[in-house]
Structure formats: C-alpha cells, structure tokens
Design a protein around this ligand. Structure first.
Ligand code: GDP
Length: 196
C-alpha cells in the first residue's frame, strides 16, 4: 500500500484569483453526497482534511490544498443541491466554470460519479461540458463496496456506457474498504508530476 498523500490546507477561495498560483493542480468535482469528502480523507489518510460539510460556508468555496510531493489539489463545491435558490446555484456554476476554463496550471479534473447510483443527468451534463471545452478529466466511481459482486461486471459496464466511456477508463474506488485508493493516489501523483 502506498503511504497517504500529505496535504496542507492552503486557502478557501470564492473566486479563481484568490487561489495560490500552482504549477500543477488537480480539481475534484462531484454532486453533493457523492462521497467527495470521504474520498479526499481516504487519499490523504486523515479524518478532517476535507471536512467541509460541517462548515456550511466552505462548501461553496474552492478549497485548495498543497501536496507535499508538489502540486495542488482543489476541492470544488458540490453541485446539484436540490434546495438552493436558482440564483445561488447559477452563481456557483459560473464560478466553477470560470475556474475550470481559466485556471492556470489545471492538469486534471476528477469527476466523481456515485458507483451505486450511476451518472445522474447533472453528471452527464458536466461531462458533456468538459468534453465540449476540451478540459482534461477522469471519471472516478465512488462507493464501489455498495455494488454486490454478482452485479459488479454489469454495473461497471453500465456506468461506463452512461458516461460514454470504455469500462477501463473509469477508476473505481471505495473510501470504506480502501479499494482503488492506492491506484487513484498514484494517478494523482502522475498528473501533478507530468506538469512539472
Ligand atoms: P460529499 O457530500 O460528496 O462530501 O459526500 P460524503 O463523503 O459526505 O459522503 C456522503 C455519504 O456517502 C456519507 O453517508 C458517507 O458515509 C457515504 N460514503 C462515502 N463514501 C463511501 C464509500 O466508499 N462507501 C460507502 N458505502 N459509503 C460511502
């Protein structure tokens, strides 16, 4: 097993310009409840790194972390909150879009999709948008442990198809069992290393 990534909190930003400059950055996006905080904590091997859910303000901000091995990671606000007013939803969306399109040093966008649920309409919309704008991205399916082993092959095929991808393009992980966490850690390091 590879050691946890060491990451230090840098800043919570309400706009792109408030982030620290970076040579290589990986952004993590996903709808709320997809398992983003749990995954970030599993990757970094500690409990409170991505503990944003308890701090309401922070869930609407871009939270930047510096990786000890170089590069940065940005935890983007979860999209798809059913209960927020339309105007607020639009302003978050505008901020995230500006970030994804204009961020200097952004090397990879990790799109989290709930492995137990499959891609939602919003997930697909985001993937279409990333493709249309040629933003490099990788789909990571969360909560792998929730899929029964008898359904595993079929579910993996269906999820990939739902994302217009090949089965092997999707990285499956579980924050609960640790499945796939090592692989994702290595991928993260390769993405930030490639840009150095
Ligand atoms: P976020 O809103 O995207 O940050 O999601 P959280 O990390 O807070 O997780 C949302 C819910 O999914 C919580 O109830 C977690 O316990 C659960 N969850 C997250 N990751 C996993 C996983 O790998 N396996 C299972 N079974 N549940 C998970």
């Amino acid at each position: 097993m590879s050691p946890p990534l060491r990451a230090e909190f840098v800043v919570s930003a309400d706009r792109v310009e408030a982030l620290q400059p970076t040579a290589a950055e990986v952004a993590v996006v996903g709808r709320s409840n997809v398992g983003k905080s749990s995954l970030l904590n599993a990757l970094c091997g500690r409990k409170r790194l991505a503990h944003t859910s308890g701090t309401p303000g922070r869930t609407r901000l871009l939270n930047q972390f510096a990786l000890e091995r170089g590069g940065t990671l940005v935890d983007c606000p979860g999209y798809g909150y059913a209960k927020v007013p339309e105007s607020m939803r639009r302003s978050w969306q505008a901020m995230i879009e500006t970030y994804l399109l204009e961020r200097e040093g952004l090397t990879m966008v990790v799109v989290l999709v709930d492995g137990a649920v499959g891609p939602t309409a919003l997930d697909r919309q985001l993937l279409d948008w990333l493709r249309a704008n040629e933003v490099p991205h990788t789909v990571v399916a969360t909560k792998a442990d929730k899929v029964k082993s008898s359904k595993r092959t079929r579910r993996r095929r269906e999820l990939a198809e739902g994302c217009d991808l090949e089965v092997g393009d999707v990285v499956w992980v579980s924050a609960t069992t640790g499945e796939g966490i090592d692989r994702l850690r290595s991928l993260l390091l390769s993405w930030v290393a490639a840009a150095r």
